[in-house]
Design a protein around this ligand. Structure first.
Ligand SMILES: [Zn+2]
Length: 109
């Protein structure tokens, strides 16, 4: 094992390196400027040193909120939007059942 590897061993966020088995190590996979997935070795958080592998993440509430806003595209899958769809579907089922019952009672069905 080389000296640089032994120094890094046990350090949080160190590279996942399987010596002599480069094909077996996990790849970063981040989208590069060419649009292809990054082929560098991933660190323990799944990204290479150039794509956030060294980052320990946002710590302040403002920082976390800023990331949340930057990553939200349309909010279609937010908890609020999902709950609104669920309620609307329940409302549609209820009204459909009601209409069926009324037309049945009136002998129109
Ligand atoms: Zn990368």
């Amino acid at each position: 094992m080389s000296e640089s590897l032994s120094i890094r061993a046990g350090v949080p966020g160190a590279m996942i390196k399987t010596e002599g088995k480069a094909h077996a190590s996990k790849k970063c996979g981040a989208k590069t400027r060419d649009g292809d997935p990054c082929k560098n070795w991933a660190m323990t958080n799944g990204r290479c040193r150039m794509h956030g592998g060294k980052s320990t993440g946002a710590k302040t509430l403002e920082g976390r909120e800023r990331i949340r806003k930057a990553r939200t595209k349309h909010g279609r899958y937010s908890a609020e939007a999902i709950e609104n769809r669920r309620l609307f579907r329940a409302f549609l089922h209820y009204t459909n059942d009601l209409i069926a019952k009324i037309t049945d009672d009136m002998g129109l069905g």
